[in-house]
Structures are given as structure tokens and as C-alpha cells.
Design a protein around this ligand. Structure first.
Ligand code: ADP
Ligand code: 5GP
Length: 213
């Protein structure tokens, strides 16, 4: 029997708070973690590679995937569709591998209301201030002023869902946030209900006890 089922680690935040940066750092720290590459109808930013950041789809292709039940969750965010393809996640979880999701609150809610709820751990990342959030969107240097303004206008509707998450952290200093997320991962992996092998192990202790006492 495998040691445990994999965990769905859901990261949500307003755009620019740092979830992609934290997800990347986590995967460098633990190379057994995989990333759920979403499908989206938005166009690729410079430097984004098909199949690495996203699977870029037309509206028709995306909606076809939804119709065929190929998405674990999907939502419309900033005027585009985004969704998490089902198959790679189910395969990973069943073979005991943890998967990181960078999705919005709508996707987080759908996963928490799905049959994978017990396998899901959600973390909301807050920026230290909205001023700093705006600075980070600028410093990322990938969006136009109009896109940044649009994301800032909508940031509060994402932030308003913070209390629905299992954990919440304020991403002031990147190293500190990374340590905090690692602590969450370590503790969640040790949750008793996830350690499927313990039942057999303790039963074996019972048999062994008879031979040594
Ligand atoms: P998101 O994925 O939430 O949209 P990103 O991870 O792309 O956000 O981060 C947005 C920008 O903020 C990036 O330029 C990133 O390097 C920077 N950033 C992330 N975390 C911090 C932090 N703790 N302090 C300063 N800058 C940060
Ligand atoms: P971006 O366009 O900046 O990459 O992402 C915009 C927003 O869409 C972010 O809040 C991101 O977390 C969210 N997002 C990315 N992929 C998915 C997904 O598969 N499902 C949902 N629900 N949201 C997603």
C-alpha cells in the first residue's frame, strides 16, 4: 500500500501577491511536488511556454473540455476562462504525489465542495498592503497599465474570500512566507487521516507484541 494519498495544495491571492513565486520556490525545495498546469483562454505573456505556465486554448476548445468533464474546476477570471485539467491531478493524487494549484477563489471553492475536499488544503496569500500589491504588479513588468489597473480594481473581490481558506499568510518577506508554507506542507502531510499505512503498522505491532512480551 502506498504511504498516503497526495494532497491538493490550493494557493489563491489577488493577482501580484506572490503565489506563482511561492509555488516555484516550493517546487525547487521539493521536487516531488508537481504543478497543476491550467488551461486558459487568455493569450500568453512574453516568456510563457505552452504546457509549462498554461495550456492556451480558444474559447471553443476550452468549453469542449468542460463539456467532456475534463476539468476539475473552472471559472471566468478577468474576462477569460481558466480551468484545472482533471486527469493529471487524479493520477498524481492516487499515486501519493502532492499537487500545487494557483487558482482563484471560485476554483478553490469548487475543489473544496468536490469529492476531493478531504485531499485539499487551501492557503490564501495576502499582500502587506494594496500599495505594495500595485508595486509588485508593476515590478513584474508583464502587464500593461490598463491590465494592472483592471486587476487592482478587482483585487478586493478576491481578497474578500480570504476567510474561506484553511490557512492565510501575509507575504511580506519572501523567505519568511516560504518557510511558513513549508511548515503547512510538512504538518498537512503528517495528518493522521492521510497516513494510510498507520493502521496496518499498528496492527503489526499488536502481532509483534505477542512474540516479544
Ligand atoms: P501572483 O502569482 O500572485 O500574481 P507573482 O508571484 O507573479 O504574483 O508576484 C508578483 C511580483 O511580486 C513578482 O515580480 C515577484 O517577484 C514579486 N514578489 C513576490 N513576493 C514578493 C515579496 N515577498 N516581496 C517583494 N516582491 C515579491
Ligand atoms: P493570470 O492571468 O495572472 O495568470 O491569472 C489570473 C487569475 O486566474 C489568478 O488569480 C490565477 O490564480 C487564476 N487562475 C489560474 N488558473 C486557474 C484555474 O485553473 N482555475 C481558476 N479558477 N483560476 C485560475
Amino acid at each position: 500500500m502506498q504511504n498516503r494519498r497526495g494532497i491538493l495544495f490550493i494557493l489563491s491571492s489577488p493577482s501580484g501577491a506572490g503565489k506563482s513565486t511561492l509555488a516555484r520556490s516550493l517546487m525547487e525545495w521539493d521536487n516531488t511536488l508537481s504543478f497543476s498546469v491550467s488551461a486558459t483562454t487568455r493569450s500568453a505573456r512574453s516568456g510563457e511556454i505552452e504546457g509549462r505556465e498554461y495550456f492556451f486554448k480558444t474559447n471553443k476548445e476550452f468549453l469542449m473540455m468542460v463539456d467532456k468533464n475534463e476539468m476539475l474546476e473552472h471559472a471566468r477570471v478577468f474576462g477569460n476562462y481558466y480551468g484545472s485539467p482533471r486527469e493529471p491531478v487524479e493520477t498524481a493524487i492516487e499515486s501519493g504525489k502532492d499537487v500545487i494549484f494557483d487558482i482563484d477563489w471560485q476554483g478553490g471553492q469548487q475543489l473544496k465542495n468536490s469529492t476531493l475536499a478531504d485531499d485539499s488544503v487551501s492557503i490564501f496569500i495576502l499582500p502587506p498592503s494594496l500599495h505594495e500589491l500595485r508595486q509588485r504588479l508593476f515590478s513584474r513588468g508583464q502587464d500593461s497599465l490598463q491590465v494592472i489597473n483592471d486587476r487592482m480594481k478587482k483585487c478586493y473581490s478576491e481578497i474578500s474570500h480570504w476567510a474561506e481558506y484553511d490557512y492565510c499568510l501575509v507575504n511580506r518577506d519572501l523567505e519568511t512566507s516560504l518557510e511558513e508554507i513549508k511548515s503547512i506542507l510538512r504538518a498537512e502531510r503528517l495528518k493522521r487521516h492521510r497516513q494510510l499505512f498507520l493502521v496496518d503498522m499498528v496492527r503489526d505491532f499488536d502481532n509483534e507484541r505477542e512474540t516479544i512480551l
